[in-house]
Design a binder for this molecule. Structure first.
Ligand code: NDP
Length: 445
């Protein structure tokens, strides 16, 4: 049995009941055997046993009072996974499905994603099973304050710098930042995704969606193609989906779908800038459902369905993990899809990934394609440390360059390891080598 298989058995045994975490680990392990053949020191120094174990995991009680005066209790988490390359960095997710398995998968992915950005950031992730949907602003505020009342002792601008994720946008970041500041009596860049007026970065809200489209553009460039005129399906209607649509429009593509947990809207005429502005107000201010788009603009609403049955040239999954299964992947390809760029984290099941890789379509896995968000968080940290703000164009140019570099790193590794254009293999290998070497340099870590 190979070293990787041996470690995999141990990981499976020790993390039984954590399917999402095991899925993420397996995908990385499956890419690494050529790397271990080339560098026996990784095996000798048990690098895999170390890298799958979070450096620290924190689980805590979050009591808060609802608007009726009742005590509620949620569970809070922070997984500080790996600090070989810098302070732990990764988002906070507030969603009722949040559990240890999901946050460990996200934290594990974050290590390699952050490595690919070339910025100095380790990997971490956290959150709570709190559901902000249907809660008043005051309930969200009381929850965030209570969450930070415990989390503050574990984080800091040089230790661990959380950001947003599903259910955590500028509103939640604001309430948590305020509480951290009161407790510590210091104004530091301890969270990213802050509003512009008090330490945020231009382009941070746009960064994940924009970056995902830039990554798609880089994959197309290799084949001397562009996004101009491409029909694109997008899932989700939150932060990542909204700015994916915005950048697709800027690049001359035609986005035709959006979705939420209730279903999908299909607008064959195309989602225009004006319609997108309406969606942003619906989702970010009125906090309504995407089905309302169908009524407003006369589009089709497909209740309880995802967008993957709609014919498209390019697909941008931007909602959540495992939202494309093997059958969806086959349907996408049968209908002409030739590019998938993942805004969400691990949106494709292993069966779907196999379909994309074996059919050799342009497939950008999340840890490469959606790294624009954390990259711009890294740029926000730099601006906070220097106490200055870069112009919009400067941040966007840096984001574009980082996405180009991530694409090159993944593509070049795929060439070097004999599977040209396999971005899964390329991203896993390029991300892994930097972290592994840093861990070896740092000794007993
Ligand atoms: P938001 O909370 O802004 O939006 C999430 C969207 O996905 C909503 O439309 C939501 O619908 C939908 N969604 C969530 N869970 C499900 C589900 N189980 N089934 C169907 N739809 C669902 O989150 P973001 O846009 O920030 O995040 C989207 C994805 O992108 C996540 O995978 C996240 O990890 C990833 N990501 C985000 C980054 C960022 O910078 N924000 C960075 C890198 C990755 P509903 O409102 O009905 O729940």
């Amino acid at each position: 049995m190979s070293y990787i298989e041996k470690v995999w058995q141990r990981v499976e045994h020790r993390n039984a009941g954590e399917p999402e975490f095991l899925q993420a680990v397996k995908e990385v392990f499956d890419s690494l055997s050529p790397v271990f053949d080339k560098n026996p020191r990784y095996e000798k120094e048990n690098i895999l046993e170390r890298i799958v174990e979070p450096e620290r995991q924190i689980i805590f009680r979050v009591p808060w009072i609802d608007d009726k005066g009742n005590m509620q209790v949620n569970r809070g988490f922070r997984f500080e996974f790996n600090s070989a390359l810098g302070p732990y960095k990764g988002g906070l997710r507030f969603h009722p499905t949040v559990n240890q398995s999901i946050l460990k998968f996200l934290g594990f992915e974050q290590i390699f994603k952050n490595s690919l950005t070339t910025l100095s950031m380790g990997g971490g992730k956290g959150g709570s099973d709190f559901d902000p949907k249907g809660k008043s602003d005051m309930e969200v505020m009381r929850f965030c304050q209570s969450f930070m009342t415990e989390l503050f002792r574990h984080i800091g601008p040089d230790t661990d710098v959380p950001a947003g994720d599903i259910g955590v946008g500028a509103r939640e970041i604001g309430y948590m930042f305020g509480q951290y500041k009161r407790i510590r009596n210091e104004f530091t860049g301890v969270l990213t995704g802050k509003r512009l007026e008090w330490g945020g970065s231009l382009i941070r809200p746009e960064a994940t969606g924009y970056g995902c489209v830039y990554f798609a553009d880089e994959m197309l460039k290799v084949k001397k193609q562009t996004l101009e005129g491409c029909v694109c399906t997008v899932s989700g209607s939150g932060n990542v989906a909204q700015y994916t649509v915005e950048k697709l429009l800027a690049m001359g593509a035609k986005p035709v779908t959006l979705s939420d947990s209730g279903g999908t809207i299909h607008d064959p005429a195309g989602i225009t800038a004006e319609k997108l502005e309406w969606v942003m107000d619906l989702k970010n201010v009125r906090r309504g459902r995407i089905s309302e788009y169908a009524t407003e603009f006369g589009a089709k609403y497909m209740a309880n369905q995802n967008p993957w049955s709609i014919p498209c040239d390019c697909a941008f999954p931007s909602a959540t993990q495992n939202e494309i299964n093997g059958d969806d992947a086959k349907t996408l390809i049968k209908n002409g899809c030739r590019l998938v760029s993942e805004g969400a984290n691990m949106p494709s099941t292993p069966e779907a990934v196999d379909v994309f890789v074996s059919e050799k379509i342009m497939y950008g896995p999340g840890k490469a394609a959606n790294a624009g968000g954390v990259s711009t968080s890294g740029l926000e940290m730099s601006q906070n440390s220097m106490r200055l703000n870069w112009e919009r164009d400067e941040v966007d140019a840096r984001l574009r360059q980082i996405m180009t570099n991530i694409h090159s790193a993944a593509y070049n590794a795929s060439v070097e390891y004999g599977e040209t254009g396999n971005y899964v293999l390329g991203a896993n290998i390029a991300g892994f080598i930097k972290v592994a070497n840093a861990m070896l340099d740092q000794g007993l870590v």
